[in-house]
Design a protein around this ligand. Sequence first.
Ligand SMILES: [Zn+2]
Length: 120
Amino acid sequence: MSTEPRTVTLPTADHGNVTLTEPSWCTGHVSLPGDLRADILHQGPDTVLAFHGYRIGEAGLVQSPFAESLSRQPGVSVSLLGQTLDPRGLYELAADLDAFADQLRDLADQLTALLAGGTQ
Ligand SMILES: [Zn+2]
């Protein structure tokens, strides 16, 4: 197995074919005609939030190595927020989701009691 860094060559409208080092986690790119070098986006596999087969949202590693407005450092894109978060933001989101899950369980307990008691 090669120890050389993986590279990928992607077509761009402003810099022609651009060859760059592939992060080990990158699983693909969305490349559209007219894309600029700044549009290059490394994407990792999605972590999916689903309920009964309905896809609610996903999150995954991303990096735009030539972006001017976004951080060039890797981040995690969270579809539910439409934002890319750093580790601190991800921990904060996870804590809020934990709290929400607790609130859902509390509501389930409340609903169970209401239904069992027959009172509204
Ligand atoms: Zn890539």
